[in-house]
Design a protein around this ligand. Structure first.
Ligand SMILES: Nc1ncnc2c1ncn2[C@@H]1O[C@H](COP(=O)(O)OP(=O)(O)OP(=O)(O)O)[C@@H](O)[C@H]1O
Ligand SMILES: [Mg+2]
Length: 370
């Protein structure tokens, strides 16, 4: 297995579309990196560049420290699993698994050894004599994975491999795959636009938007310290609430956030306080996650007019408008435990956890970063 480097990669397609901008990222030997971002942000392009199916317009690509920009795909020692994992329909599972090895002129014994290894790893034992059409979607997915694995590539590239599966199977295979990657200790880049999948499969998650790397960090850090408003709103479901706010001090010189006509206390650790203070008297963006808003009967808390309520069983999502805040489209979402009976048009109070505010400057960068 091997490390991978993208160094200052640009990709401009022949028609003039620039899909990747100045992209730099190192993936460590044995690391599983999840690459996540909205449709069209350049995820598949990045994988195809690494596989040798596209050439970079600028920058350097390295595998195991060796520059591979000019190397043909067969010589790159990477295996790619696509979204539509096409198996050969007229070949049995065993023949499908053998196929990539036969292309490499290995001995019969060597082929058998590697196929058996993949069969064992992916529990394909009972399926070897079946044709793809005699398999379930999840089984087909495992065979496709096996076919990529038997070659024992240096780098494993997966482009939304689970997107054709139904939700339940997806969760099951996701768990199996996570365990498999850990066991193999294989350098893997796993592309998805599903942020939950990225958070469960990746040692680190790289968030991409419009061809640019936004942030790369372990899942928890990404969730707790998003570097900008894009990451803040992309990671987490329902997304973080982002509100126009001003920082003010009350009579006792305690910090408050003013949202329209209302205000709410702000408590920040010393490390980030200064960055907030710099934004005094300017409009900033204040972010709070839906789980950090609690319904309260007291006098404190933001007054919110209920707009929509989603009863999900284990929790209730409340979407409401902050009273006195101009923007009519701006809804605040709160995750409330259990079932709450709430009525549209009703005024409630939501109390933000004062230590859980995220701050972003007008350009969208997290205040802690300054
Ligand atoms: N062969 C091509 N020629 C020209 N433009 C392309 C080509 N392939 C992709 N693009 C463009 O490059 C951009 C990135 O595409 P890419 O396929 O990498 O996105 P993606 O993140 O994989 O999206 P999705 O989640 O929908 O698969 C898009 O604007 C797309 O239209
Ligand atoms: Mg894609």
């Amino acid at each position: 297995m091997a490390s991978v480097d993208f160094e200052r990669i640009d990709k401009i397609y022949p028609g003039g579309t620039q899909a990747v901008f100045d992209f730099s990222l190192t993936i460590a030997d044995g690391e599983a990196l999840a690459l996540v971002g909205p449709s069209g942000c350049g995820k598949s392009t990045l994988l195809r560049l690494l596989a040798g199916l596209e050439t970079a317009t600028r920058g350097e690509l390295r595998i195991e420290g060796m520059v591979v920009n000019e190397l043909p795909p067969q010589q790159r020692n990477v295996a790619m699993v696509f979204q539509d994992y096409a198996l050969y329909p007229h070949l049995t599972v065993r023949r499908n698994l053998e196929f990539p090895l036969k292309m490499r002129n290995l001995t019969r014994a060597e082929i058998e050894r590697q196929v058996n290894w993949a069969v064992e790893l992916l529990s394909l034992g009972g399926l070897l004599d079946r044709l793809p059409k005699q398999l379930s979607g999840g089984q087909r997915q495992r065979v496709a994975m096996g076919r990529a694995l038997v070659r024992q590539p240096a780098v494993f590239l997966m482009d939304e491999p689970l997107s054709n599966l139904d939700a339940r199977l997806r969760v099951q295979i996701r768990a199996e795959l996570g365990e498999l990657l850990e066991r193999l200790h294989a350098t893997t880049i796993y592309v998805t636009h599903d942020q939950a999948e990225a958070m469960t499969l990746g040692n680190r998650v790289a968030v991409v938007n419009q061809g640019r790397l936004q942030q790369v960090a372990p899942p928890r850090e990404l969730y707790e310290h998003p570097a900008n408003v894009f990451v803040a709103s992309f990671i987490g479901n329902p997304p973080m609430n982002l509100l126009p706010a001003r920082l003010i001090a009350d009579n006792a010189d305690r910090l408050q956030l003013r949202l329209g006509e209302q205000h709410t206390p702000l408590l920040q650790p010393v490390a980030t306080l200064e960055a907030w203070q710099d934004q005094r008297d300017t409009l900033l963006i204040a972010g709070i996650r839906p789980e950090h808003l609690a319904l309260t009967d007291g006098e404190t808390g933001l007054q919110v007019i209920v707009r929509d309520v989603e009863y999900l069983g284990h929790e209730t999502l409340l979407h409401g408008r902050i009273a006195g805040l101009d923007s009519a489209e701006l809804l605040l979402t709160a995750r409330l435990p259990g079932l709450r009976t709430l009525h549209r048009g009703e005024m409630v109070r939501l109390k933000p956890v004062a230590t859980e505010w995220h701050g972003f400057d007008a350009s969208g960068l997290a205040l802690t970063r300054h």
